[in-house]
Design a protein around this ligand. Structure first.
Ligand SMILES: [Zn+2]
Ligand SMILES: [Zn+2]
Length: 213
């Protein structure tokens, strides 16, 4: 709450005229602020739209079309509070964007938003790697630089030897459903050789650890 009611009878505050004027006409902002803090539940639909549940009714919001099924929107064509709430919820990461769905991290199972049309294996922010990150191999202790995080499951990813990653004995302790992460060995780095020209190796995601010293 940013606005508190003015208490004209407050003993600490003399009843000045400007205080009473403020009490009669609250800032215009207060109305829209109240609208945005109003209790609404936003749920994504499978067709890119959202259901918004409020005390006053249940409406369907289409962000792509900028439309809502509420009377306010139908009558005035206004950008109603439901549309605004859905947009805010997407921005805040509370609900997936229209082109996303809720998936699970292959390492920890945490719900994470993934591209809707990508049925591959995904990682949460905590377990994902950015290309260029130096990581350690839990099996050998060697250091590598991540070049790509694929969405291919370890048991579907084919190595140069035409074997699946999950077939390798050294990967037995890691999930076959985890995405394959491609990396180059730090020891293979040469100032004159581009990263893309180096031999790339793939690992199930949790075999690599970002915490290297
Ligand atoms: Zn609406
Ligand atoms: Zn995770």
């Amino acid at each position: 709450m940013t606005h508190t009611r003015n208490t004209a009878a407050s003993p600490a505050e003399p009843n000045r005229s400007d205080t009473s004027r403020a009490a009669r006409s609250p800032p215009v902002d207060e109305r829209s602020e109240r609208a945005l803090s109003e209790s609404m539940t936003v749920r994504p639909l499978p067709d890119r739209r959202y259901v918004v549940d409020t005390d006053g009714g249940t409406y369907v919001v289409d962000l792509d079309a900028g439309s809502c099924t509420c009377p306010d929107h139908a009558i005035r064509g206004a950008r109603c509070k439901h549309l605004r709430r859905v947009a805010l919820s997407v921005t805040a990461g509370v609900v997936p964007a229209p082109d996303e769905r809720v998936g699970a991290c292959a390492v920890c199972g945490t719900a994470t938003f993934v591209p809707a049309d990508d049925r591959g294996s995904h990682l949460c922010d905590r377990h994902a790697f950015d290309p260029g990150t130096v990581v350690g191999d839990r099996e050998t202790g060697k250091r590598l630089v991540v070049t790509a995080v694929t969405t291919d499951r370890a048991d579907a990813y084919r190595t140069d030897a035409d074997r699946s990653l999950a077939d390798y004995e050294s990967n037995a302790a890691y999930g076959a459903h985890e995405p394959a992460v491609e990396a180059v060995y730090v020891e293979s780095l040469r100032p004159e050789t581009a990263l893309t020209d180096l031999k790339t190796y793939a690992f199930p995601a949790s075999r690599l650890t970002a915490s290297v010293d």
